[in-house]
Design a binder for this molecule. Structure first.
Ligand code: BTN
Length: 321
C-alpha cells in the first residue's frame, strides 16, 4: 500500500478541518452505508489518526489535519529532489532501494511508515500525518572513514532547523538523539551502503515528534516530548521539512571537506551531558565517569579517575548517572 484509497482520501479531506461531520453526510460523500462509514473511520484510526464519535454530532478529528505537500516543500527548499509519499514501509528503505541511482540531496518524506525503523532494531512509531519521517541521501566519495561524526553533524543540522522555525532550547544527546529537558524529541538513524575502497552511500533518517496522538504515546517506552507542546504557533511540517533540507544542503558539503572539527564548539554548546556524571553502557558492562564532550572524530570523551577515555558511537550508549 502506498496511498489511502479514493474513499479514504475523501474522508481524510473532510475530517481535516477538525469539525464534526455526521455519519449520514460521510456516508453520502463516500457512497456507502452508515455501517461502512464506521469501517472507514476505523481504517483511519488504525493508522494513527485520532478520530472520535460523539452521539448526535458525528465524527471529528481531535485536531485539524495538515498534510504534507510536495510542491510546497520543493518551493520552500528550492530543491526538486523531494519526494512526498503518503504510505511507505520506511523512508530510509525507499532511498536505500534507489542506490546508486540517486543524487546528493534526494529527500523522501512520508505521512505514515508501516515499518519505521529506530536504532538497535527498534520500531519507530509513525502515526499518520502526526510527525516528520524524513530521509536524505548523501554519497561520500572519500569512503567510510569520514562517517564517524556524521550523526553528530546531522543532530546539529536538525537543531539549527528547529531554531530557524522558532523552537529554542533543544539539546543533543550523544551520539544521535535530540532532547528537550530530558525527554526525547527526535532520533537519527543513518544507514549505509558501502563496499571497501568505493564511495559510501548514506541514508540519513530523521524522525521528529510533531504532534503525538495519545493512543500512539502508549506505545513509546521512554520519556518523550513533541514540538506542538513546545510551541505556541502551529507546527508546519512542510516548512520544517524544507528548513531541514536547506540546513543539510549547507552543512553536508562543508562536513565532507572539513569533517566535524568546525562544529565541535556548536556541539558542546548543545550537549545535554556535558560535564555531567554519566554511565556509558557497553555490551556487557557499564562505565561511570564525567562527560567531557567529543573529539574530532565524534567520539565521546569520558573522564574516569582523572583520565579521559574515548568511546565511538555504535558500540555504546549513554545515560545520566
Ligand atoms: C532512533 O531510534 O532514535 C532513530 C529513529 C529514526 C526514525 C526515522 S523516521 C524517518 C526514517 N525512516 C525510518 O524508518 N527511520 C528513520
Amino acid at each position: 500500500m502506498s496511498e489511502l484509497n479514493e474513499q479514504g482520501n475523501k474522508l481524510l479531506a473532510l475530517l481535516a478541518d477538525g469539525e464534526f461531520h455526521s455519519g449520514e453526510k460521510i456516508g453520502e460523500l463516500l457512497g456507502v452505508s452508515r455501517t461502512s462509514v464506521n469501517n472507514y473511520i476505523k481504517g483511519l484510526q488504525e493508522i494513527g489518526l485520532d478520530i472520535y464519535k460523539v452521539p448526535g454530532r458525528g465524527y471529528q478529528s481531535a485536531s485539524p489535519i495538515d498534510l504534507l505537500n510536495e510542491k510546497v516543500v520543493r518551493a520552500l527548499s528550492r530543491s526538486q529532489l523531494v519526494k512526498v509519499e503518503q504510505i511507505l514501509d520506511s523512508t530510509n528503505q525507499w532511498l536505500l532501494d534507489k542506490i546508486p541511482n540517486v543524487r546528493n540531496g534526494q529527500t523522501c518524506i512520508a505521512e505514515y511508515q508501516l515499518a519505521g525503523r529506530g536504532r538497535r532494531g527498534r520500531t519507530w512509531v509513525s502515526p499518520f500525518a502526526s510527525h516528520l519521517y524524513f530521509s536524505y541521501y548523501w554519497r561520500f566519495d572519500a569512503g567510510i572513514e569520514k562517517l564517524s561524526g556524521l550523526s553528530l553533524l546531522v543532530g546539529i543540522a536538525t537543531v539549527n532547523a528547529l531554531e530557524k522555525i522558532g523552537i529554542q532550547g533543544v539539546s543533543l544527546k550523544w551520539p544521535n538523539d535530540l532532547y528537550f529537558e530530558g525527554k526525547k524529541l527526535a532520533g537519527i538513524l543513518i544507514e549505509l551502503n558501502a563496499q571497501a575502497n568505493e564511495a559510501c552511500h548514506t541514508v540519513i533518517g530523521i524522525g521528529i515528534n510533531v504532534r503525538m496522538p495519545p493512543e500512539q504515546a502508549k506505545l513509546i517506552d521512554q520519556p518523550w516530548v513533541d514540538l506542538t507542546s513546545l510551541s505556541r504557533e502551529k507546527i508546519d511540517r512542510n516548512l520544517l521539512s524544507a528548513t531541514l533540507i536547506l540546513e543539510l544542503q549547507k552543512l553536508m558539503p562543508e562536513y565532507e571537506k572539513r569533517g566535524l572539527k568546525p562544529y565541535i564548539e556548536r556541539w558542546l554548546a548543545l550537549d545535554y551531558f556535558l560535564d555531567k556524571p554519566v554511565n556509558v553502557l557497553l555490551a556487557e558492562t557499564q562505565k561511570a565517569g564525567i562527560c567531557r564532550g567529543i573529539d574530532e572524530a565524534g567520539a565521546l570523551l569520558l573522564e574516569v579517575d582523572g583520565k579521559v577515555e574515548t568511546y565511538i558511537g555504535g558500540e555504546v550508549s549513554l545515560r545520566l548517572a
